[in-house]
Design a protein around this ligand. Sequence first.
Ligand SMILES: [Fe+2]
Length: 183
Amino acid sequence: MNNTNMTVSSALDGTKTKENLRQAFSKEAEAFAKGSIFSSLAGNEGNITAQRVMLEEADNDKRLSELWLSYLDELGDTLENLAELSALKEALGGNLYPAMAEIADEEGFDEIAEKMRLAASVKGAQSRELKSEGDRIASADALYSDNPETEWHCRLCGYDIKGNRPPERCPLCSYPLCFSKRS
Ligand SMILES: [Fe+2]
């Protein structure tokens, strides 16, 4: 997480200001999403000026969302952000949408219940994809050397190659992720 804001973030623990930052983020994120959607709708109707105004402001809203998140110390590096987003989508797909679908069923909103179940399966798949991307980056990071003369050895076909990192696929046997560092 961002070191600059870590001290501020610790001082914010338990304060009303921290709650307000959370609310400010939530509202700006809502304004960003609605501004983006409404801008597209205005464009579909041919209201080009309205489309442009809403799109520009949506971009401002996104930047303010990012600012409040930074004070909350919730902007991480890519690996942390992938994990955060994956957990959010796992919660949506695994718990929140299924529970909401049950309630919609009980209240007689069959179509909404069905859409929520479909959304849950999409969120589950997205969560797995994000996790898989995080795993891929983590394993690639583990296979990095500052020395460009580092020798990498294909454990499947024996091909050797030099560089800061091994190729994603072996040029000889074509298998992915099959290199280890020569000791
Ligand atoms: Fe190979």
